[in-house]
Design a binder for this molecule. Sequence first.
Ligand code: GTP
Length: 626
Amino acid sequence: MSRQNIRNFCIIAHIDHGKSTLADRFLELTGTVEERKMKKQVLDQMDLERERGITIKLQPARMKYKLTENRKLKVESKNKTLNSELYTLNLIDTPGHVDFSYEVSRSLAAVEGAILLVDATQGIQAQTLANLYLALEQDLVIIPVINKIDMPNAMPEEVAKEISELIGVEEKEIIKISAKTGENVETVLREVVEKIPAPQGNSEKPARALIFDSYFDSYKGAVAQVRIVDGKISKGDKIYFLGEKIDSEIIELGIMKPELVKTEFLEAGDIGYIATGLKEVSKCRVGDTVTKAVSSKYQVSSDSDIYNVKNIEPLPGYQEVKPVVFASMYPVEGDDYPELRDALEKLKLNDASLSFEPESSSALGRGFRCGFLGMLHLEIVSERLSREYNMNLVITTPSVSYQVLKRNGKEITIFSPADLPDPSEIEEIREPWVKLEVVLPKDKIGAIMKLAENSRAIYKSADYLSQDRTILAYEAPLINIIVDFYDNLKSVSSGFASLNYELIGFRKEDLIKVDILVGGERVEAFSKIVPRSESYEDGKRIVEKLKDAIPRQNFAVALQAAISGKIIARETIRPFRKDVTAKLYGGDVSRKRKLLEKQKKGKKKMKSFGKVDIPQEAFLSVLKKK
Ligand code: GTP
């Protein structure tokens, strides 16, 4: 098919505004997914995504779309180069949650246009803005669409006004749809064809393909999802990765419908996949440029000479994402360490933003310090480790990273409060700060401002989105935003406010470490770095929370909070033994054994610290204020 008839686009929106549902309607309308195979949110391929109703991974799908006759005439009169009524539409569905905005930015670099989808009951929200800015940075054509007009509380007119003011389009140009009922959905497809330009690029030029995602398949090795920018890559070609400076065969290539469909070649303008057979997915790096390797007969000095790729300019890649939340993962059974390493390595093949390195602790044994893009990312990774890899883990209290300037002039970065040097060695501690944007209804300003104040946020500005909705801008310490602020925003605003944040750097703060002692022994995994002014209150709160989170043991357990060795708070967990066999009179031995086994199993999710068993929930409870 001629490149003129290809349209590459993605759907961007705030979380839950209906991207996956709209994608379902597109797939149905174009007959891409057979009716009998159609299920809700087809493009959310992971079980976890479907169960929780959230998109985590970007997902491409190719569709064929036929313009109706009179529409075709209209388009042709506008654009003389349109020569067929059949179009190839390459759609990329993207996640909406702030933790996964990296997936959005990668998708945007592979397309020419974006459908900006806004929920008619919610209006513009924080990720609507954040994703719109990302799309505008890439110079994409934006097609504004209002979704969920079937809902009784929909306010399409008000929302159209907001969008019109924000992006400067006329209200009547904004398409109002229901992705649920399908109303007006075809209009969106037509607009995609009419407004989004066909991809540029030259099939005659040397091949250049941008890797926008990759994953591992046990049969096909590392599979790159690519946008072919120039040239043509065919089955049987040898390919060369310009960034990694390695070559590879092509096991297979093709398109995603969303299921993989083999093709003979991919050329400029196409979105497709290349299965490389590479055993390490890290070699198939997102953002790298793939080109065709043509062996040279001449004497050569380096790989790029061998493959005649020396003069091929790599495509602009992606900024590497840096993890912002860190936590350690330890297998409950020490023997499972190699399995955990294996599982993390495999997960990383599918999630390049996950980082981990081995670590060991006297109490917890061998495990990994892992870096995540946010709390939801952490949650998803631990859930996937447990479901897909059957791992039984203890995850320590999450933390941000800190820069520590020592008295001897050395600067170090620590990723766990346990690594904080002795206070006598510390000159200053810096913590990560973010720029925070909150979109909210005007009547919630007071409540949000109070919440911000309690989160150490500094007010910067207020802007009006419409008559009754506002954007508040703050600067705040990251740790307070990802935990307290994020958790409380929804309840304080009755679900009508949303936030977005980005890192702006590290700032000096008067911080100290609160240690927690369980049964007289310090449990490093509970240590927390807090502002000195809040340390007493925090220490007290942590031991109170742990008292609830740690089940009673056979003996009394003292919980203490300490700062520099000085105890500042104490609670005691009273002894108790849950005798599961107490209600069994008489001597059914096998039944008794069964019950005891069950009790043992129930204990499994706990890790022993000295003599005390601590369940997973306890580690998270330390973090939260409420
Ligand atoms: P994330 O990927 O997690 O950001 O969500 P999403 O934008 O893909 O939203 P999704 O398609 O999962 O829809 C969110 C919820 O809104 C689901 O419960 C949908 O059934 C519902 N929904 C989507 N579109 C419509 C619509 O037009 N009308 C109504 N009534 N509900 C809709």
